[in-house]
Design a protein around this ligand. Structure first.
Ligand code: TRH
Length: 379
């Protein structure tokens, strides 16, 4: 293993996606590639949701092989690392930039961008952007779904662990029991639901309530919970709550540490996910999924959604492709998602096979490996 260092800077804009991606990358660089990683994060409370043993009061702590630093005003004088990752164009502290420029060999400076399936990403991946005043160059690094992009975050053993879990009925049963769920009823569908507030929610819940098979919905605490609670005539809800209406039963789950969330995705028949990181995890889970993209005011998110749907649906039959697109568009445009659900469900076998194939195809393009290759080329 090399004796290299890496600083990752994360400004938490909203929710858990920014820190979710940075924390995952930091762990991978430290634990799989032997880098000395410092993760600078400005919001330790958000970080603690993903890594519960973190102490929000500490300026500096070691968590799972990563040195986690509170990024606050009054940035300390530190020696910059060999590889500097600025996540999602958060601005580096001016004193740190000056220290980077003062190093005998400038660090490799990478701006890790948001994930997008749009075609322009391939042309911008790895482009250099010289600093206007300092002798430094920043490179754009784009995650993505094609070989001309930086790929996706994927831990070394993830797919093997997934396969072991998915082929072990007892392990799955233990998992369900740990959540307090009984044995599956005949024909029962288990669905996880992680999303934002959504006008399409009531229609979907109604379709499940009135459908022809039992649906158990696993709902992590968070932004979707108030709407679901209202559907059941509740003022609010918290982890442990179980609600039933018709054929729909909802179990409210605690928000778990990041490493544990995968099991939920692996165990369910179908997953509703959102943002960036949970969407990628749903793809590795190799199960049919429905993506709620992070909404942007100018509507550009719908372009990003279409770009991804085009890629994802490319090898599906026309019927399955239409079913996926109809449900995803309804779910993202706030139209009642109820009418599109039965068609989606009827293509489940094909979608299941495609999900496995898709994960397999993507797994050859590993973001951490690509990033390190790039670092070694430029350094
Ligand atoms: O939280 P998000 O909505 O984050 C978003 C997006 O990343 C978006 O692109 C970005 O612009 C915006 O933030 C600012 O969704 P995302 O990306 O899925 O992140 C959620 C993280 O939470 C992910 O790492 C998985 C994790 N998670 C857990 O650790 N435990 C849980 O129980 C659940 C449900 C999620």
């Amino acid at each position: 293993m090399r004796n290299e260092s890496c600083d990752i800077f994360c400004n938490v804009v909203d929710n858990y996606g920014d820190i979710g991606v940075c924390w995952r990358l930091a762990r991978q660089l430290a634990n799989e590639h032997g880098q000395a990683v410092r993760l600078w994060v400005d919001d330790l409370a958000s970080f603690q949701r993903l890594c519960p043993e973190a102490d929000v009061m500490l300026e500096r702590q070691l968590c799972r092989g990563v040195e986690v630093r509170h990024w606050s005003a009054g940035f300390p004088a530190v020696e910059p690392a060999d590889l500097v990752i600025e996540a999602f164009a958060c601005k580096l502290p001016p004193t740190y930039l000056a220290a980077m420029a003062a190093r005998k060999t400038a660090p490799v400076w990478v701006n890790l961008e948001y994930l997008s399936a749009e075609a322009w990403v391939e042309g911008c991946h790895k482009l250099p952007s010289p600093h206007p005043n300092l002798p430094l160059t920043r490179y754009f690094f784009f995650p993505g779904f094609t070989g001309k992009t930086g790929g996706l975050l994927l831990e070394r053993d993830l797919l093997a662990r997934r396969d072991a879990f998915q082929s072990d009925a007892e392990a799955q049963q233990r998992y369900w029991s740990s959540l307090g769920l009984p044995e599956r009823q005949a024909g029962e569908l288990r669905v996880s639901l992680f999303g934002y507030e959504n006008a399409a929610m009531e229609g979907l819940l109604t379709a499940w309530e009135q459908g022809d098979r039992p649906v158990t919905c696993l709902l992590p605490e968070g932004r979707s919970l108030p709407q679901v609670a209202t559907f059941f005539g509740q003022q609010a809800g918290k982890a442990g709550a179980v609600w039933q209406r018709g054929r729909l039963r909802v179990h409210v789950l605690p928000f778990v540490e990041q490493e544990r969330y995968d099991e939920l995705l692996w165990a369910c028949d179908c997953n509703f996910v959102r943002g960036e990181d949970s969407c990628v995890r749903a793809q590795w889970a190799a199960k049919p999924f429905i993506w709620q993209i992070y909404p942007q005011h100018d509507g550009v998110h719908l372009e990003k959604l279409r770009a991804f749907m085009n890629l994802y649906c490319d090898r599906l039959s026309q019927q399955a492709s239409q079913a996926v697109q109809a449900l995803w568009l309804d779910w993202n445009c706030g139209n009642s998602a109820g009418p599109a659900w039965p068609a989606f469900l009827s293509c489940r076998e094909e979608l299941q096979a495609q999900a496995r194939d898709w994960a397999q195809r993507l797994s050859g393009n590993n973001l951490a490996l690509n990033l390190l290759d790039f670092f070694h080329q430029v350094a």
